[in-house]
Each structure stands twice: as structure tokens, then as C-alpha cells.
Ligand binder design. Structure first.
Ligand code: ARG
Length: 610
């Protein structure tokens, strides 16, 4: 409906010499002011040398003519001018009912994606390291973006880019040999914690030796570091099966632990859906790296600098750098993080890219949108990476995106249990479940996960999160459990209605009740909100919409009698009252459906009871 209205408005203003591209429709802050609003008069007034209000009047007159010739005629109840020159459109009752009907029929939200491919990379924890809170954020935000793009008709590939390569493996393997033993690790109930303990011990030991007065001990520190470097080189060479096997066991143990975490969080990387979990190590292979070096050399982007191969941005003169140079190959010729990322993106283009869009940039270019959800500490790095790929001509504008998230900070001292300076996700989840079981014993895990996810998604991802348990679990404020509760409440109204034989029905007369009107009007925004959230990769837009939607439902629920009960004077409810009830129940149902699918986009499940 919004699109149709927009088109009619664009046609109407073209006679006044207004460009279609300057015509936009928004939702008024307050739905009482109308269902859609346009600032087209304010935007164009100066150019046409008219006051915004005078221009608005002319536009309204033109719109009136255009509308009468269009099928949307019956949908628009009134058009008014407000404030400095806003034009507000109010829908007819029939149009609103029609929209609620479409919600009840579970009409697909949108198809703006039209099957275009998007790879969303998120979570990406590191092997033999803790699943850190940063990875939790990436998992929650990335999963929501993937869900949102899916319902918008994009072909989404979810990619968990596991950190299974790097010099840390040398240290870890040395530590295991020195202080650990594989049988204990494999038998352990907490193998990853054991591995992390060993890894931490390596660092502590190096530090202890380095700080000693004794020269032989100082030497021992250097030896330890050297042996770790040697061990990684052995792994890199691919020639020692024992080292490779040890590394593989670490991967296996970590994956087991990650799988358990994903299960608790309700997140999955499912190969049957086309998702992938390819580790960084996959891109170390010469057949993956060589084409990257070839492409970089082909465009003459590589320069020697202090023995390493680097890419410069803007200029080789430090005073004119857009960004500092990006190292592609170390002086010893081994690949690094950036090289592997370039290899990963080239591989992704080859595997998933489609050549179906003609951007004039040559028929051979493949198209794929790649999104990396990675912490803000890597923002500079991703700018360098994306700029390099731009210079390589691999992607069109807007196809390469880094979504960054801020840090977690802990307000509640209790939660900063530090074991080797690590906050374990498991501890956070356990604490959340303990608190959630006070709200809901049956579905404590769902409530806990809702609290954690919503607490993250309600704000822009770039913001830091101050971890505040009371805010997260608050049953009346803007929390995940509160939204679950409002949905459960709506469903219990529907159940109660069923018991009384009241069936949801929108063909009944639409009752004239302010709270009902506002709720229906707010429901009709949902598909637009999802499109908007998808286009800007911001789950927070959906989260905040759901908070407002819940508050509209809750005023309806608390101020309006949804199901009429027999009064003092009569033992039966009149037919007219029952018809109105049927309508109110239908809207309640539409609310529960929108709330449930909105929460689903945030990865939040609605419990049966609460
Ligand atoms: N494993 C990395 C980390 O924990 C994140 C990987 C991000 N993705 C990428 N393509 N570089 O820091």
C-alpha cells in the first residue's frame, strides 16, 4: 500500500515540476497524526519559490485528482497538512482491516531481495580459545541480520569463519607437551578450559622467566618462544602428522563446545540450508593464496616495504595515507590474516557469486554481497581490506560490508569472574538461566536467551553494552522477557476466546476504539520496518519497533475489554458485542503473529506459558 501511495503521489507532483526522487513517505512518530507522512513540500518549496504550506496545498489538490483515478482511492480516508508543511495521509477503516487480514493470512513480508545472494559471516570464534562475549555479540547480531535478509527474499549463506590458524597454535602445542597430557584433555569435562589454562600458563611462564634476574632463565624464555615458533612452522609445513593430529583434536574439541553454545542460543549453521563453517586454515593453501597474489600483482598493488609485501592506500607518503598500509605477506613469505581474508572473499565470489546483474563494469564480474559481523576493534583492518578489494575490482559499491559491534562492560561486579582474564559465556548463560527461572521455570533457557539477545539488539550494534541484569530481565520495560510476556498474554486471550466460542473475525463491524485503531495502525508498519532494518543491517530497528508495538498492545489490553462478559443485568452477551469481540480477538491474534515473527527475526522464541 505504501508503494502504491508513493507512486500516485509522485505522479501527482510531477505536474508541479517536482522530481519523483524527492518524494518520500515516512511513518509519523505518533500514529494519531496519520498513517503516512511526506515532507515533499518542505524539500521542494525553495526551488519553486513558494512557502512550504502553499506548496503543500497545491500538492494536496493535485494528489486529490490523481487519487480519484487510482485504485487506492478507497484506501485513503483523508489528507491533511500539518506543522510547517508536512502532508499526512490517513487510511480508511477498510484499508486498515484489509491489512490486518493479510497479517492473519501470514502473507510473506516482502521480496525486495529477489533471490540475490548475500553471505553473512558471523560468530567466528577461535579454536582452543574461549567463546568470548565479543563472539556472543557477533553471533546474536549476525544471526538476526541473516534471519532478516532471509525473510526479505535474499538467498542468505551463513558463514562461521572459524579462527583455526595462527601462531597461537605453536604456543598451545608446546604448552600441552610441557605441562598437559592428551588423555586428560580428551577425558576432561571442560577440555577448552584446560587448553586455555595451558595457553595462559605458557604466557605466564614466559613472563616469569623474562622477569627473572638469572640470565639462564631469561634465555629459557627465549627458547620457549622459539620452540613455539618452530612448532607452528612445523604445523604450517604440513609435513608432521603428529602435529597436524594434535591441531585437529583442538578443532574437534572446540567445535563440540561451540555446537553446545549454538544449541543453547538457538543458532545454527546448517549445511542443508547452504550454510558453511570454513576455518581460516582452509585459505592457507597455496591454491587459495596464489590467485590473490596474482590479482594483486596484476593490478600492481603490491609494494615492498621493510622486507614485506604491502598495499598502500592513497599514497606511499605517510602524510597522505588514507589508511596505514596493509601487510599481505611477511618477510618470511608466510601468509597472514589479511591474505587469508582476501583468499576467502575470492573463494566466496567463485563459489556463490552470480553474474546476473549488469553494472556496466564488464560482463565477467560476479556479484555477491559479503557482510562480516566483527568487533569494532577490527574496523580499521576491515576498511583496509574492503578498500583493497575495491582496488582489485572484485565488488560493486555496497557489496562489501563490515558491521561492527562495541564492547561488553560489566556493571554488576559479581559477573566479572575472571579465570585467566576471561569471561566465559557459559557463566553468563548460567547466571541468566538462574535469574530467568524466577520468571519462568519451564522455559528458563528461552527467557534467558531472550534477555541476552534483546539486551544486545535493542541498541545500535556499534554501542558498548553495560551489562545490567536488572535491566535485561525487567518484566515491564524494554526487555526480551517483557516482549515474550506480551505475546504470551495475547495468546492467552485468544485461548480464552476460543473457550467462549468467540472466533476471530474481521468481517464484523470494526469497533471504534482509539487503542484498537492505534494498534492496527502500528501493525501495518511491520513489513516496512523489516525492509528498513534489512537495508541498513540494523536489527535495532526491529527491536525498537517491537517495544512500541508491545506498548500499544498493552494499552489496548489493559484499557479495553476484549471479550465481553455477561453483565449484572443480563446473562447473555448481545450479538453486536460478540461481533465487536470477534474483531478485537482478530487484532489480538494479528498482534501475536507479528510479535512472534518480529521476535523470530531477533532469534527469540516465545514460550508457551509465562
Ligand atoms: N576469529 C576472529 C576473531 O575472533 C574473527 C574473524 C573475523 N572474520 C574475518 N573474516 N576476519 O577475532
Amino acid at each position: 500500500m505504501k508503494q502504491q501511495l508513493l507512486e500516485v503521489l509522485q505522479k501527482a507532483v510531477s505536474d508541479l515540476g517536482i522530481e519523483a526522487s524527492t518524494v518520500t513517505l515516512d511513518f509519523p512518530e505518533n500514529p494519531e497524526h496519520g498513517d503516512f507522512t511526506s515532507n515533499v513540500a518542505m524539500v521542494n518549496a525553495k526551488k519553486l519559490a513558494l512557502s512550504p504550506r502553499v506548496l503543500a496545498e497545491k500538492i494536496v489538490a493535485e494528489f486529490g485528482k490523481a487519487k480519484s483515478l487510482s485504485p487506492i482511492d478507497a484506501d485513503i480516508k483523508s489528507v491533511s497538512i500539518a506543522g510547517p508543511g508536512f502532508i499526512n495521509f490517513t487510511l480508511s477503516a477498510a484499508a486498515i482491516t484489509q491489512n490486518t487480514q493479510e497479517i492473519l493470512m501470514a502473507k510473506p513480508i516482502s521480496n525486495i531481495g529477489q533471490g540475490r545472494k548475500v553471505l553473512v559471516e558471523y560468530s567466528s570464534p577461535n579454536i582452543a580459545k574461549p567463546f568470548a562475549v565479543g563472539h556472543l555479540r557477533s553471533t546474536v547480531i549476525g544471526d538476526s541480520i541473516a534471519r532478516t535478509l532471509s525473510v526479505l527474499g535474499y538467498a542468505v549463506i551463513r558463514d562461521n569463519h572459524l579462527g583455526d590458524w595462527g601462531t597461537q597454535f605453536g604456543k598451545l602445542l608446546v604448552a600441552i607437551d610441557k605441562w598437559g597430557n592428551w588423555d586428560d584433555i580428551k577425558k576432561s569435562t571442560r577440555p577448552i578450559k584446560d587448553l586455555v589454562d595451558l595457553y595462559v600458563k605458557f604466557h605466564d611462564e614466559v613472563e616469569r622467566l623474562e622477569n627473572s634476574e638469572d640470565e639462564t632463565l631469561k634465555l629459557a624464555a627465549i627458547e620457549l618462544i622459539e620452540s613455539a615458533r618452530g612448532r607452528f612452522q612445523v604445523l604450517e609445513s604440513g609435513k608432521d602428522q603428529k602435529t597436524i593430529d594434535a591441531w585437529k583434536i583442538c578443532i574437534e574439541l572446540s567445535n563440540k563446545e561451540f555446537a553446545a553454545i549454538y544449541d543453547r542460543l538457538g543458532v545454527s549453521f546448517d549445511p542443508n540450508r547452504g550454510d558453511t563453517q570454513i576455518g581460516e586454515s582452509f585459505f592457507v593453501a597455496p591454491d587459495k593464496i596464489a590467485p590473490v597474489m596474482e590479482a594483486l600483482n596484476g593490478k600492481k598493488l603490491l609494494k615492498k616495504s621493510e622486507g614485506a609485501e604491502v598495499v598502500f592506500f592513497g599514497s606511499e607518503d605517510p602524510k597522505e595515507w588514507t589508511y596505514p598500509p596493509l601487510i599481505i605477506e611477511k618477510s618470511d613469505g608466510t601468509s597472514i590474516y589479511a591474505t587469508r581474508d582476501l583468499a576467502a572473499d575470492l573463494y566466496r565470489l567463485k563459489m556463490y557469486g552470480t553474474a546476473d546483474r549488469n553494472d556496466g563494469g564488464g560482463a565477467s564480474r560476479k556479484h555477491l554481497t559479503i557482510i562480516n559481523e566483527v568487533g569494532a576493534e577490527q574496523t580499521l583492518y576491515f576498511r583496509q581490506l574492503i578498500e583493497t578489494e575495491k582496488m582489485l575490482g572484485w565488488f560493486a559499491d555496497g557489496e562489501r560490508i563490515h558491521i561492527a559491534h562495541g564492547l561488553y562492560r560489566f556493571k554488576d561486579g559479581k559477573m566479572s569472574t575472571r579465570k585467566g582474564n576471561v569471561i566465559w559465556l557459559e557463566d553468563i548463560l548460567d547466571e541468566a538461566v538462574a535469574r530467568a527461572s524466577k520468571i519462568n521455570t519451564e522455559s528458563a533457557n528461552d527467557v534467558a536467551v531472550a534477555a541476552i539477545k534483546f539486551n544486545d539488539l535493542k541498541r545500535d550494534s556499534i554501542q558498548d553494552i553495560v551489562f545490567d541484569w536488572d535491566e535485561m530481565m525487567n518484566m515491564t520495560g524494554d526487555s526480551g522477557p517483557y516482549l515474550q510476556y506480551s505475546c504470551v498474554r495475547a495468546k492467552s486471550v485468544i485461548e480464552k476466546a476460543k473457550g467462549l466460542g468467540v472466533v476471530a473475525n474481521l468481517n464484523a463491524v470494526r469497533p471504534e476504539i482509539l487503542q484498537l485503531d492505534l494498534l492496527e495502525k502500528y501493525l501495518l508498519r511491520f513489513p516496512h520496518i523489516v525492509e528498513f532494518a534489512g537495508a541498513s543491517y540494523k536489527p535495532s530497528i526491529i527491536a525498537n519497533y517491537l517495544i512500541n508495538l508491545a506498548s500499544h498492545f498493552n494499552s489496548f489490553y489493559s484499557q479495553v475489554t476484549i471479550i465481553t462478559m455477561p453483565g449484572e443485568n443480563s446473562s447473555v452477551v448481545s450479538e453486536a458485542d460478540r461481533a465487536a469481540d470477534a474483531y478485537k480477538v482478530a487484532v489480538t491474534q494479528a498482534f501475536s503473529m507479528v510479535m512472534e515473527s518480529g521476535l523470530d527475526l531477533l532469534g527469540i522464541k516465545v514460550p508457551k506459558k509465562m
